[in-house]
Design a protein around this ligand. Sequence first.
Ligand code: LRH
Ligand code: MN
Ligand code: MN
Length: 430
Amino acid sequence: MTLMIKKDVIDADNAARIADLKADYDHLGQQLARRGIDIDTIKEKVSAYGVAVPSWGVGTGGTRFARFPGTGEPRNIFDKIEDCSVIQQLTKATPTVSLHIPWDKVDDLKGLKEKGNALGLGFDAMNSNTFSDAPDQAHSYKFGSLSHADAATRQQAVDHNLECIEIGKALGSNALTVWIGDGSNFPGQVNFTKSFERYLDAMKAVYKGLPDDWKIFSEHKMFEPAFYSTVVQDWGTNYLIAQELGPKAHCLVDLGHHAPNVNIEMIVARLIQFKKLGGFHFNDSKYGDDDLDTGSIDPYRLFLVFNELVDAETRKAEGFAPMHMLDQSHNVTDPIESLMNSATEVSRAYAQALIVDRKALEAYQDGNDALMATETLKAAFRTHVEPILAMSRYEAGGAISPVAAYRASGYRAKVSSERPASKSGGGGIV
Ligand code: LRH
Ligand code: MN
Ligand code: MN
């Protein structure tokens, strides 16, 4: 396997930390044992857990005002997956990459698949892009794509999604995520019913092109780029879509795509209950679709989402198999560092949710003991599970402290000397 970070660097950094980690792990093990929890069982579950890295996340993002690139920005999809493999090598929590077409130019599919294999990376859900115009396309998406008033434009968007499926098939992916920016900026600009009807028809055409073992995810988002109305604006519309399309269709929940204070964990529970939870785009937000690092603003909410997931996992909920992806934009940090920390935050929320005393919680719920019910969740959330995460990384050959090992490796300086400086300037994600 091709290793982007030298093993010696990781070993040296780990050597300085392993004694403390063992002591911390043993101590936590004793604490958890007193609560009737076997630490190794939790560690094994955490070790088996993975979240996909978005290919678009390893380049520095931007806002609609400006983009301030870092150094050593990936030039193409091959550079991007090398960066993704650094994240996986150090965290051992990100075994797959989620591609975005045509942001990722994938002319050499065979070469890309081989490179993925060499780096030990698989390919997660494919993402189509009909929210911006590709250089040579015949019809513009300025006024929409799958819901556009013009049939030829809709067909072009359908064809693009079908092409994404073909690319994904060659790479070993098994899901397509569709997010559209379609909507309107003015009352009266579009007919809500007609545009949703057109969207459903177009999505049905994409659905027809899905292989038997594939899933299609529709991703809702409250607003942006359309500021008055959005065609797929919330989980209710998203659920209708999944119902209309059929059993291979599910809803994708991007944590940043809701109004502030919306109870996302409850949306997750509803979608699980009705077998329509397809997957996640994890990130964090304070105001809107901020695409901040997962767990950086409200780690308790992330934990509460995972509490629902573990609840479903524990009772073996029918049809429950969501895919997990990160979807972030990094404007002021090294994207590799942000993505490593985010993967760790997701694993942390999972570990914390695994140690919730579910029997006690159920008894408190049934007995209407609101205070003790919420304390039961808090007891798990307050538990410092880092030794479990670090030990799981260490035993898998990763880094006890991924950011420290990464900085010690000099990877960013190395790629900065090899990859030409990328342009700063206007907004948008590279
Ligand atoms: C839209 C979105 C969607 C896109 C990604 C780049 O805001 O969350 O998932 O594919 O951002
Ligand atoms: Mn998203
Ligand atoms: Mn988004």
